[in-house]
Design a protein around this ligand. Structure first.
Ligand code: C2E
Ligand code: MG
Ligand code: MG
Ligand code: MG
Length: 292
């Protein structure tokens, strides 16, 4: 009897795995051509001065407007796109679209100090990567200094010599380089001694628990001090509450990004936030910027 239950259980587990695999394959197929079909859209999340709520940057975050599934979050398709290679055309589109939008904001006189763009490992390994991003800048008459390229620790640690030199050249060209999700990779801090990076983004997974777990608080405090001593800018990701923001600013973290200030919003809503220039205290309490 127990044996039978066990077998059923295995079968159930197998079929669920098979379902998941099929689903991933399907998403992989649907991703092909989604860029040319115009199914992607960029949302933007403000990066603010932790005390005043003044907006000094935005992070571009891709969304997939799927004809049947509706709005699909990146966690459901970016990892698949990374495996199938679809991230390459997608990443190219993201970069170009972010540049186009930045041009709009510059023309309106409300451009943020920096616009952060996520770049995946496979993307920066492409031989045409640098040429492509320089072409986007040229098209929209932009210089690299207002653009921040977000790379994860894993990208930097597994970097080949080629990728390393790409990152170094990007920085020489004037792009800012940020380490995304700092503290969640298989951290070897060694790369901080060799890589010239501009900014650490303290991972949401660490920030999440700063006010209810002493060990998380200790690690985040150490990360803040590390960045400060290395003269690297820092920002905390995933700040959801006033208590977290207060902890972080008391520990000397100057910048924050998270639902407490604003969720990622459409370009139109981001334009309204940029016009206002800051996330008001009331907006912070609502957690949706100064919108509705
Ligand atoms: P990420 O780059 O670390 O982006 C931050 C993620 O945290 C975003 O999720 C954002 O919506 C979410 N977030 C921000 N504040 C909070 C908060 O207070 N609480 C919580 N729980 N979450 C918060 P999103 O937009 O779903 O993106 C997930 C990941 O997908 C990104 O993580 C990034 O790794 C990847 N991604 C997004 N857009 C792109 C892209 O254009 N290219 C590439 N290569 N990857 C992208
Ligand atoms: Mg990011
Ligand atoms: Mg992150
Ligand atoms: Mg990430």
């Amino acid at each position: 009897r127990a044996k039978e239950d066990g077998r059923n259980c295995v079968r159930l587990h197998d079929s669920r795995l098979a379902d998941q695999t099929r689903e991933r394959v399907r998403i992989g197929e649907e991703l092909r051509g989604a860029t040319t079909r115009g199914e992607f859209e960029l949302y933007y999340q403000p990066q603010v001065d932790i005390l005043t709520g003044r907006i000094d940057g935005l992070e571009a975050l891709v969304r997939w407007n799927h004809p049947v599934r509706g709005l699909v979050p990146p966690s459901s398709f970016v990892p698949i796109a990374e495996r199938t290679g679809a991230i390459v055309p997608l990443g190219g589109w993201v970069f170009g679209e972010a540049c186009r939008q930045l041009r709009v904001w510059k023309d309106l006189g409300i451009a943020p100090k920096s616009l952060a763009i996520n770049v995946s490992a496979l993307q920066c390994r492409q031989p045409t990567f640098e040429r492509d991003i320089e072409a986007s800048l040229k098209t929209w008459d932009l210089t690299p200094d207002g653009i921040e390229i977000e790379l994860t620790e894993t990208v930097l640690m597994e970097a080949t010599q080629h990728q390393r030199s790409v990152v170094e050249r990007l920085r020489q060209l004037g792009f800012k380089i940020a380490i995304d999700d700092f503290g969640t990779g298989y951290s070897s801090l060694n790369y901080l001694t060799t890589y010239p990076v501009d900014r650490l983004k303290i991972a949401q997974q660490l920030v999440f628990q700063v006010t209810n777990d002493r060990r998380h608080a200790t690690v985040v405090r150490a990360a803040i001090h590390l960045a400060r001593d290395l003269d690297i800018e820092m920002i905390a990701e995933g700040v959801e509450t006033l208590a977290q923001a207060t902890f972080l600013s008391n520990e000397g973290c100057p910048k924050a990004q998270g639902y407490y200030y604003s969720r990622p919003v459409t370009a139109q809503q981001a334009t309204d936030l940029l016009r206002a220039g800051r996330i008001s205290a009331a907006g912070r309490r609502r957690g949706n910027g100064s919108l509705s």
